[in-house]
Design a binder for this molecule. Structure first.
Ligand SMILES: Cc1cc2nc3c(=O)[nH]c(=O)nc-3n(C[C@H](O)[C@H](O)[C@H](O)COP(=O)(O)OP(=O)(O)OC[C@H]3O[C@@H](n4cnc5c(N)ncnc54)[C@H](O)[C@@H]3O)c2cc1C
Length: 389
């Protein structure tokens, strides 16, 4: 049995950020840790690849320049239930990348900074064993005082050591060459969100994002929805969106997203969760920036646990819940109940009423501005002014 001070299961953005955080804070601990990955980078991950400004900031904080092909987004089009559309002009609203490139960049940087990356090694079983955890993989067995579940929405670590929480949202998507569509969004740096299906019971939206696949301009088209939803409805919405973009039907990929809907179980003795395994944005299904942020908080918690020998990780759960990450997830959870609830038309109408309120909300969502009392009051004042016109 091989002993490691930290075993990180999964080398997506959450696992890689945990490893990068460890390498920056405690190089010796990082050198005694291992990052296990069932696939081999560069590997595909079903994802639209939209990195919001908060994610870009976190990458800068991790000292990982986003030096991979990307499409920059400067404007948005949002279609409301009922069909009215809003045009929003912004500045650097999102960078759309391909996940095989982003995840390889992160995992390889973590490896270069001293965390051993073992690929094509699937974790098959985890169980508490004395004062730690036994981790069995397709290649060997490890013993560790702490395992980090960075193994995505279906997390084996969560199921084995921590327990269920959150809800499973679903998303389908495909990439289509822009030349095979009548879409103008790529040329104008625009992404599109269409909530019109909320009017017929979908708790989600369709999207179209500009992206670059093998140096060729593409549009990534997809549908996100919270339960209850079935595959047939998702595929029908995808076909509808492709039709609106003037594209012929193509093959699609689907993947679950483990979304936060209330205080999640984030840790148990000798185990903690990050990224999709822990729970991400239920409103839009955005998870890359959350994965990076969880990873950094987990790295702090791991250093602290090793320094004092307390493996309960109660402090990690508290820090996440009470800090900016937990606050944002709680507000998104509330927004989910409002915008996808029975009175959704009222909330969409309110959100559409004032440009100032939209700008405040977008800046908060993108993480470029805090949601404090002042910005909330500014948004409210803008709404009231608009309604009194
Ligand atoms: C269709 C779709 C579109 C999306 N679009 C966006 C978007 O535009 N922007 C955004 O921010 N988010 C988006 N998301 C969400 C985003 O993809 C996730 O939130 C994000 O990938 C979470 O990162 P993670 O590192 O936690 O998990 P993952 O990216 O899922 O990484 C988990 C890693 O663990 C590995 N692994 C799993 N099990 C094991 C095991 N047993 N042993 C070893 N390794 C294992 C996997 O191979 C993988 O590499 C989208 C999701 C979907 C499904």
């Amino acid at each position: 049995m091989e002993r490691r001070d930290v075993v990180i299961v999964g080398s997506g953005p959450a696992g890689a950020a945990t490893a990068l955080g460890l390498a920056a804070r405690a190089p010796e601990l990082a050198a005694r840790s291992v990052l296990l990955e069932k696939a081999r980078h560069p590997r595909d991950k079903t994802c639209a690849g939209g990195v919001i400004p908060k994610g870009v900031q976190l990458l800068q904080h991790l000292d990982v320049p986003l030096a991979i092909p990307q499409a920059r987004v400067d404007r948005a089009r949002v279609t409301l239930p009922g069909g009215a559309a809003l045009a929003i002009d912004g500045n650097d609203l999102c960078r759309v990348v391909r996940r095989r490139e982003l995840d390889a960049l992160l995992a390889w940087t973590a490896r270069d900074r001293g965390v051993e990356l073992r690929e094509e090694e699937r974790v098959t079983h985890v169980a508490r064993d004395g004062a730690g955890v036994r981790v069995e993989t397709s290649r060997r067995t490890y013993w560790t005082p702490v395992v980090v579940g960075a193994d995505g929405s279906g997390s084996l670590v969560r199921r084995a050591l921590i327990g269920a929480s959150g809800v499973t949202a679903r998303a389908v998507m495909c990439d289509v060459p822009v030349a095979a569509t009548s879409w103008t969004g790529y040329a104008t740096g625009r992404y599109e969100f269409d909530f019109s299906a909320c009017a017929t019971g979908l708790r989600g939206y369709r999207w179209a994002f500009p992206c670059v696949v093998d140096a060729v301009p593409h549009v990534n088209v997809g549908v996100y929805a919270l339960p209850p939803v079935d595959g047939a409805r998702l595929r029908a919405e995808l076909a509808l969106e492709l039709g609106l973009l003037g594209a012929a039907p193509v093959g699609w990929q689907a993947f679950p997203i483990h979304a936060y809907v209330g205080p999640p179980r984030l840790a148990a003795p000798h185990a903690l969760l990050v990224g999709d395994a822990a729970g991400v944005d239920p409103l839009m299904g955005e998870g890359i920036s959350f994965a990076l942020e969880y990873g950094l908080l987990a790295a702090d918690a791991l250093c602290q646990a090793h320094a004092v020998g307390d493996w309960s990780f109660r402090g990690y759960a508290r820090t996440v819940e009470r800090g900016p990450l937990g606050r944002k997830l709680r507000r998104l959870s509330l927004a989910t109940r409002l915008f996808y609830g029975p009175r959704h038309r009222v909330w969409f109408r309110l959100a559409a009423a004032s440009r100032r309120a939209q700008a405040v909300g977008l800046a908060w969502y993108n993480g470029v501005d805090g949601w404090d009392r002042r910005s909330a009051l500014a948004a409210l004042a803008a709404l009231c002014a608009r309604r009194s016109l």
